[in-house]
Ligand binder design. Structure first.
Ligand code: ADP
Ligand code: MG
Length: 419
């Protein structure tokens, strides 16, 4: 495939003149028919990596994705780029007979370039039998970390994918994509999909504009948070709390102190949630106090601070949640409050779970403890956790954390953590 064709296709299908990051290399790898593994942070542009080669090739690419809502969004976006409605389809259990027929005939007629399927639909005998007889360009597994118990979103159905792919066609190239950077999860993905030979493309996870800070959590946490927010008046921020009760309580404490804040958690009815989310996006309020239910797919570019009222249960979660700050490249202050008592609480939550899950959960928590209590560069710690080398002297954002800016003597750090 000549280079010029790739750029022409990029322009034609997406209206972009430039690739982002490693996209060009990934697209070429896929067009050459290689198994390909892509690790890029959220927002890195993973969709285009498989959409562009799918649009350029003969046959249909099958895209496995875990969430129906995500698939629908992607299909709508693809249809908006094309005059051909059948260019992308979703195949799932909500379709009636006529709709399934239409999807099948569009695939047979070579109109459909991308077919989105949930993993549980792909196990349906009827679909497997049909897809076996079709020209499939490749198989893309989006959110591939769902395969791994070490990831934050394990889905058992993902475990069957390899055998299904083999039934559909033995030599179909496989493309795995994820934003999960931990080496353990990556190993799991490659092993499960039996694609250790894959061309691997891994983008850096460094977010140089984010400032990382951990403070000891004391009984004064309310006033600590209020003071911080007041010092950042008029800026947008997210405050994450573990429990719904704490979300309500803290949102109220902020409001009482004249801060424009709203609560957000899964216990609120849908209407209220949408309203509060919109108020935050439209800047009617500055702060949203939320459980982790908030943030999936939220893309407010100018979130200036992310506060953790409670330390998250893994470095991965911490990275994802703090990652919602400073998307526009501007300031992003990430402040987490830490107390070992909270770790014990998280351990206790897990005690009812299967032993294997507890062991994983415990190992992940130990990393969080090490991160919170470390006196080394937090950026270096995070990137090392993700298997990435980082040099504070030469790397971007090398001084952007509390430990680098205000180095502490070791015993002080320990005393703090004990409070
Ligand atoms: P990811 O799946 O890695 O989180 P997405 O595929 O959703 O990321 O892409 C994130 C955003 O980047 C989208 O708004 C997309 O349109 C945009 N994008 C992707 N590739 C390019 C590009 N080459 N040029 C400009 N914008 C791009
Ligand atoms: Mg994506």
């Amino acid at each position: 495939m000549a280079e010029i064709d790739i750029y022409a296709a990029l322009k034609k299908f997406f209206g972009f003149t430039r690739f982002k990051g490693l996209q060009e290399e990934v697209v070429k790898s896929i067009l050459n028919g290689n198994n390909t593994f892509v690790v890029m942070p959220t927002g890195g542009g993973k969709s285009l990596c498989y959409q562009l080669p799918a649009l350029m090739q003969e046959g249909t690419a099958i895209v496995v994705s875990p969430l129906i809502a995500l698939m629908k969004n992607q299909v709508d976006a693809l249809r908006a780029l094309s005059s051909e409605e059948g260019i992308a389809h979703v195949l799932n259990s909500s379709l009636n007979k006529t709709e399934v027929k239409k999807v099948k005939s569009d695939i047979e007629n070579g109109i459909t370039k991308l077919l989105y399927v949930a993993p549980e639909s792909l196990t349906k005998e009827e679909y497997v039998n049909f897809l076996q007889t079709q020209k499939i360009s490749f198989m893309a597994i989006d959110e591939a970390h769902c395969i791994s118990e070490w990831g934050h979103d394990f889905r058992p159905e993902y475990r069957n994918l390899k055998s299904i792919i083999q039934r559909i066609g033995n030599d179909i190239p496989i493309i795995g994509l994820t934003a999960t950077a931990t080496p353990k999860v990556q190993e799991d993905i490659l092993k499960n999909l039996n694609m250790q030979d894959a061309n691997t493309f891994k983008a850096s996870f460094n977010r140089p504009n984010l400032y990382y800070e951990i403070r000891p959590k004391t009984k004064n946490i309310d006033s600590d948070i209020i003071r911080f927010v007041k010092q950042n008046e008029g800026k947008s921020g997210i405050i994450y709390c573990l429990s719904r009760k704490r979300v309500e309580e803290l949102a109220q404490a902020l409001q009482v102190n004249g801060i424009k804040a709203v609560p957000y958690h899964a216990g609120l009815d849908g209407k209220t949630r949408v309203k509060h989310q919109d108020m935050f996006l439209m800047e009617d309020v500055d702060v949203v106090v939320a459980t982790i239910a908030f943030g999936m797919g939220i893309d407010k570019p100018d979130v200036r601070f992310v506060i953790h009222n409670d330390i998250p249960k893994s470095i991965e979660s911490y990275y994802q949640e703090t990652g919602r700050g400073g998307r526009d490249g501007g300031e992003g202050h990430c402040l987490a409050f830490y107390s070992y008592k909270d770790i014990e609480k998280l351990e206790k939550f897990m005690s009812g779970k299967p032993v294997a899950e507890q062991e994983i959960g415990h190992a992940l928590l130990q990393e969080v403890v090490a991160f919170a209590e470390t006196s080394m560069s937090r950026r270096k710690f995070i990137l090392h956790y993700f298997g990435e080398e980082f040099d504070n002297e030469t790397g971007e954002g090398g001084m952007m954390d509390d430990n680098m800016r205000h180095p502490k003597k070791k015993h002080e750090a320990k005393d703090d953590a004990k409070q």
